[in-house]
Design a protein around this ligand. Structure first.
Ligand SMILES: C[S@@+](CC[C@H](N)C(=O)[O-])C[C@H]1O[C@@H](n2cnc3c(N)ncnc32)[C@H](O)[C@@H]1O
Length: 291
C-alpha cells in the first residue's frame, strides 16, 4: 500500500482551513488528498487529478461519502492544469500539491512493468490510452537516443554499454518483458556493479519511466499554470524524487516574479519517516507562495 510522504509538512505549509479549495495534481492513492479534505470541511473542495484512471477509481471507492462529495476527479495530465481547473470550475485555489512520480500501488500492482523485481510486459505508461510505451522505446529508438535517455534521466554511468546491448539483443529478438531488460543490463554491466546496494537496473527503469510519461516536460508546463491558478497568499508545494525534477522546481521558484520561496532549502523526510517508509528517502519538498 502507498504511504504518503511528508504529510505533516504538507499540512503545515499548505495550511488548509475550513471551506478552502485546493488542487491535488497527483492524487495517487489519495493519502494527501484525505489529509487536506479532513481540514477543509464542511464546504472545501479538492480537485483530484491523476493521469492513471485506475488510481482515481481506487480513491473513489475508498473515500467516505462526505469526502467524495467534496472531491472533483479529473483523469487528466497535470500538464493541462489550467484547462482542467477551468473545466472543473476551480478558478482560484488556496493551494496546489504535486507529489511527482509513481505510487507504490503502481510499482507493485499495476502490472505495467514499472518494477525490475516483477516479470511483466514493458509498458510503464501512467495512462494506457496515451503515448508510446517502454517496449517501443527499447525496440525502435536509435542507440543514441536510448543512451541519451539513460544518461539524462537515469544518470546511468553504463548508459553506452546498456544502449549498445539493447540494440544488439533486439536484432535477435524483440525486448518484451522486464526480465528481458534486466538480463540485458546484467550482461552488459560489470560484476562489481551488481554487488552495489542499488540494483543495476534501477536507473534504467527510472529513465525509461520518465521518458515514457514525459515527466519533466509535464512538470515544466504545469508550474506556471499552477502559479496562475493560486490566490494571492496561496501556496504551491512540490515533492520530487529525482534531482532533475527538483532542479526544475528550484529554478522556477527562483525566477518567477510572482512567487516567494518559503523553503529556502528543500525539506526532506525525518530519519524516522525514512526508516518507516524507505520510498520517502529521496523525497524533496519545495514550497512557494503567490505574492
Ligand atoms: C507519488 S504518487 C502520488 C501519491 C499521493 N500523493 C498519495 O498521497 O497517495 C504520483 C501519482 O501521480 C500521477 N502522475 C504522474 N505524472 C502525472 C501527470 N503528469 N499528470 C497527472 N498525474 C500524474 C501518477 O499516476 C501517480 O498516481
Amino acid at each position: 500500500m502507498h504511504v504518503p510522504v511528508l504529510t505533516q509538512r504538507i499540512l503545515e505549509f499548505l495550511n488548509p482551513q475550513p471551506s478552502q479549495n485546493f488542487i491535488d495534481a497527483t492524487a495517487g492513492a489519495g493519502g494527501h488528498l484525505k489529509a487536506i479534505l479532513e481540514k477543509t470541511g464542511p464546504r472545501g473542495k479538492v480537485l483530484a487529478i491523476d493521469w492513471d484512471s485506475d488510481a482515481l477509481k481506487r480513491i473513489q471507492s475508498d473515500l467516505s461519502a462526505d469526502f467524495k462529495k467534496r472531491t472533483v476527479f479529473a483523469n487528466d495530465n497535470f500538464e493541462h492544469l489550467r484547462e482542467i481547473a477551468k473545466r472543473e470550475k476551480f478558478k482560484r485555489v488556496q493551494g496546489i500539491l504535486f507529489d511527482i512520480g509513481l505510487s507504490s500501488d503502481q510499482l507493485e500492482n499495476s502490472q505495467r512493468g514499472f518494477s525490475f523485481k516483477k516479470d511483466e510486459a514493458l509498458d510503464m505508461r501512467f495512462n494506457l490510452q496515451h503515448g508510446l510505451d517502454a517496449k517501443k522505446i527499447l525496440n525502435f529508438w536509435s542507440r543514441q537516443d536510448i543512451e541519451k535517455t539513460l544518461k539524462e534521466y537515469g544518470e546511468e554511468q553504463f548508459a553506452p554499454l546498456i544502449a549498445k546491448a539493447i540494440v544488439q539483443r533486439r536484432s535477435e529478438k524483440a525486448i518484451i518483458k522486464t526480465s528481458d531488460l534486466v538480463k540485458i543490463i546484467e550482461d552488459a554491466t560489470p560484476k562489481w556493479y551488481h554487488r552495489k546496494k542499488l540494483h543495476p537496473a534501477t536507473k534504467t527503469f527510472q529513465a525509461l519511466r520518465i521518458a515514457v510519461n514525459h515527466e519533466l516536460e509535464a512538470l515544466q508546463e504545469a508550474l506556471p499554470e499552477a502559479r496562475d491558478i493560486l490566490e494571492k497568499g496561496g501556496r504551491v508545494a512540490v515533492i520530487s524524487f529525482h534531482s532533475l525534477e527538483d532542479r526544475i522546481v528550484k529554478n522556477f521558484f527562483k525566477q518567477d516574479q510572482a512567487l516567494r520561496i518559503i523553503t529556502k532549502k528543500p525539506i526532506i523526510p525525518s530519519f524516522q519517516e525514512q526508516k518507516l517508509n524507505p520510498r520517502s528517502r529521496s523525497a524533496k519538498l519545495r514550497v512557494a507562495e503567490k505574492i
